[in-house]
Write a protein of this length. Structure first.
Length: 276
């Protein structure tokens, strides 16, 4: 067995250490400052540990001042409607494309791929005018309509799963007199459980982390979501960084817990069909 070059080994582990530091350093700074009192934050370095990790007053104040209760409620409403429509429309589209042959089959899939290469910033004026024309600015349905648009990753995941479902199941159901809707609802959709879980997780994280869309379309205070709630701690020339750190930790908890328990579905969904 050939021994690995020591220089290459050093470079490899050094790059891994730098990457780990870059990933772990921001969460460390957030955690360290979330538990500090205003005096500690002023007198100590932002990278130093707090005197006590039992100082939870910042979290209660951040929850109230940022109106986190309303923010989580608005976010959950947007997520609920978006995910239901994404799952139903995305799976139905992929079922039609993968099971039936028609003239526009290729171009339809190609349009989704083409849309991914168009810079999103170039479509913002048209999107805003459309939402404004529908009277949905400062309405939760405005961002929801934009989020409902299926992305190519969602289409790819559902297509890979449906193509791995034997067509014999469809034929057997047809022989029993089942309609196409019955086949899709009773057979195909339940078998898409792992794909649906993957789509839900990825879409939830994407919407949960998006600040631009809610900031642009939901300017009223009662339309706050978790991402724009952080803006309440920023002034013109400064920010309340202890409160910001505490609010960030509160916002991070749901997605961190969801990812830890459901990460296997992400890898299963994204890699499905990659290996025969």
């Amino acid at each position: 067995m050939t021994r690995e070059n020591p220089v290459w080994t050093f470079i490899k582990y050094l790059s891994l250490a730098i990457a780990a530091f870059g990933i772990l350093f921001p969460p460390y700074v957030i955690v360290a400052n979330a538990f500090k009192t205003p005096e500690e934050f002023t007198d100590k370095s932002t990278m130093s540990l707090p005197d006590s990790f039992l100082n939870f007053s910042n979290f209660g104040d951040a929850f109230v001042q940022a109106d986190m209760g309303r923010a989580f409620g608005n976010t959950l409403l947007i997520l609920g409607v978006t995910l239901v429509l994404n799952v139903l429309l995305g799976s139905a589209f992929c079922y039609a494309v993968s099971r039936f042959k028609f003239k526009l089959q290729g171009p339809l899939v190609g349009l989704f791929l083409f849309a991914t290469i168009i810079p999103q910033i170039t479509t913002q004026v048209v999107n805003y005018k459309t939402i404004q024309g529908l009277g949905l600015t400062n309405h939760l349905m405005g961002p929801t309509l934009l989020y409902v648009g299926a992305d190519i990753l969602q289409i790819y995941i559902y297509l890979q799963f449906i193509r791995n479902i034997p067509y014999d199941l469809d034929e057997a159901a047809m022989m029993e007199g089942a309609s196409l809707f019955k086949i899709f609802y009773s057979i195909i959709l339940p078998l898409l459980g792992p794909a649906t879980a993957t789509v839900v997780i990825l879409k939830t994280i994407s919407i949960y982390n998006d600040m631009y869309t809610p900031y642009l379309y939901l300017s009223k205070p009662d339309k706050v979501v978790v991402s724009t709630a952080l803006m309440r701690f920023f002034g013109v020339n400064s920010g309340d960084w202890q409160m910001i750190s505490s609010a960030i930790l509160i916002i991070m908890i749901p997605t961190a817990v969801m990812y830890l328990f459901l990460q296997k579905y992400i890898f299963a969904g994204v890699t499905s069909g990659a290996v025969k």
